[in-house]
Design a protein around this ligand. Sequence first.
Ligand code: 3PY
Ligand code: MG
Length: 261
Amino acid sequence: MRGSMLRAKLHAGQPVYGICMEGIGQARWPKYFADLGLDYVWLESEHSPNNRESLAWAAQLYAALGIAPLVRIPEISNAQASMAVDLGAHGVIAPYVETVEQVRTLVGGVKYRPLKGEALAAALERSEFPNPETKAYIESYNADTNLIIMIESPAGVRNLPDLLAVGGVDAVLIGPHDLSISLGIPEQYEHPLFTAALEQIIAICRAYQVGVGMHFIGNTPDWALKLARKGFNFISYKGDTLFTAEGVRAELGYLRAQLNS
Ligand code: 3PY
Ligand code: MG
């Protein structure tokens, strides 16, 4: 799936399925994930030590395999967002977004590339472009790039309607770990405060017709299903490192237990 198709599905409320990828420098990795029905992968560079060059190789490989590559950038800046798109990402995932100013910065890097300086400020502040031809060019130049903002704090939840009113956001991804911690209920994913925050985020995203999902980082598929049924369509389930560790624990653990009994 290309980024333009991903975007259409996100806004239409249709489900898209993907995982987080941390093992990006491993050249044989994409071959093993090519036939699993993934719509997208997100390549991790907030917490994992992946550099620009390895992200570029991975992004281009996954795109060639028909899996839309997204990149989670380490911090919110026009430069980080533009670099991710330049290296071949079909979308940028920005962590811990809380303010309208941050969304404008991201929209500038993801949706109005390569405008810069005064021309970018005019586009962002007044929707003014050098001329209609340039506006059409910018739209077509960025047709494959999605902007996904992560909501991971009470300020992000509180400000979400204003963040979406800026325009240009294609989906919201909840970071459950950071959100639970900033709510003061670390990893208490069944806590009523956590559930209330999810429900509020989903309702706002549906009202603005943008995609919404949560990174399901632990627990079982049934737990994810229960939460996903609340209205998530940007399904983001675990990742390469988690799946590998769980496989080793379950299957090698089973063998060891059987042989030692
Ligand atoms: C979080 O849970 O905080 C995340 O960022 C998940 O990727
Ligand atoms: Mg987080």
